[in-house]
Design a protein around this ligand. Structure first.
Ligand SMILES: [Zn+2]
Length: 295
């Protein structure tokens, strides 16, 4: 089985990106895995601190490992938005392949100092674990927002990207390039789309020289996503779109089986709704290559 680092290098060379999908229950995990198998591409599953608290850090480590081993399939596990070293160490011990160590809420110098310490401590537990650092402001909460926050002042510059990567030793950088967490109601309705600063992505990529992650990918214009990947994005995070599909699918399942109490008869509708969203995103992120399983 190849490592996540090899996989990202391969994606970079072929002009594709690895899809990262947040999960917080077995319905979502089943849907993401089924979609990846259907499209025949590798996939990254992520859980934030809140999502890990609900599912169990060690439990999700065991579940994802069991899929990887039983199906000999490149499915990887990321500890999304981790705000303390203690939670990061828990994830490292549970076998997570990567971590987003997110101190972007702190002043830049403090973010650099603590992220550098985290890189050392995490790699001491698992040298192969990839550590992602975050700079700039992309908002919080993968949910539906009533109004758009003003994130224009928090956009990442090539200079700070370069300085951050060189001083911390992170493997992956999450810049603020017009993306934001969550979706507006108009985006859920399909009336508006997020737009990305493609030139900024290209200049940050050149300055940083590491893998780049796009957070808050839900509701982004498809063409912008394609151009962002061509400009140097290696991982795209999708969460809110899955949550919206999860809820709609669940409501459909309940409506279809009014007197049913058997979960495994109701929940497949939710699995299917999420699977369709994930498959559509995976096809878009991997449109530049065809992945041969097992290589
Ligand atoms: Zn994120």
């Amino acid at each position: 089985m190849q490592s996540l680092r090899n996989l990202l290098q391969q994606a970079q060379q072929s002009g594709s990106a690895v899809g990262h999908f947040n999960i917080s229950d077995l319905v979502l995990l089943k849907a993401v895995f089924a979609a990846a198998q259907e499209v025949k591409v590798p996939v990254l599953v992520g859980l934030s601190e809140g999502e890990r608290e609900f599912v169990g850090t060690r439990q999700i480590g065991a579940l994802v490992r069991s899929l990887r081993e039983e199906f000999d399939y490149p499915i990887f596990l990321n500890a999304d938005h981790t705000h303390s070293l203690a939670k990061g160490l828990d994830a490292a011990k549970a076998g997570f392949d990567s971590i987003v160590f997110d101190l972007s809420g702190l002043p830049f110098e403090e973010n650099v100092r603590q992220t550098r310490q985290a890189v050392e401590a995490l790699k001491a537990i698992n040298p192969a674990m990839l550590v992602e650092g975050e700079i700039g402001d992309i908002g919080t909460g993968s949910e539906i927002h009533e109004s758009a926050p003003d994130l224009s002042k928090g956009l990442s510059t090539p200079e700070e990207a370069k300085q951050f990567v060189e001083s911390t030793g992170v493997d992956i950088l999450a810049p603020a390039v017009g993306n934001m967490h969550g979706m507006l109601r108009s985006m859920v309705a399909g009336e508006t789309k997020k737009r990305l600063d493609i030139e900024r992505i290209a200049s940050v990529k050149q300055a940083a020289g590491v893998f780049l992650t796009l957070h808050g990918g839900s509701g982004t214009d498809d063409e912008d996503l394609r151009r962002a990947i061509a400009a140097g994005i290696n991982i795209v995070h999708i969460n809110t779109e899955l949550r919206v599909a999860w809820r709609q699918g669940l409501e459909e399942g309940l409506a279809k089986h009014r007197d049913e109490v058997v979960p495994y008869k109701i929940l497949p509708a939710a699995v299917d709704a999420v699977r369709q969203v994930v498959a559509s995103r995976l096809k878009l992120f991997n449109s530049e290559r065809h992945f041969a399983q097992g290589t």
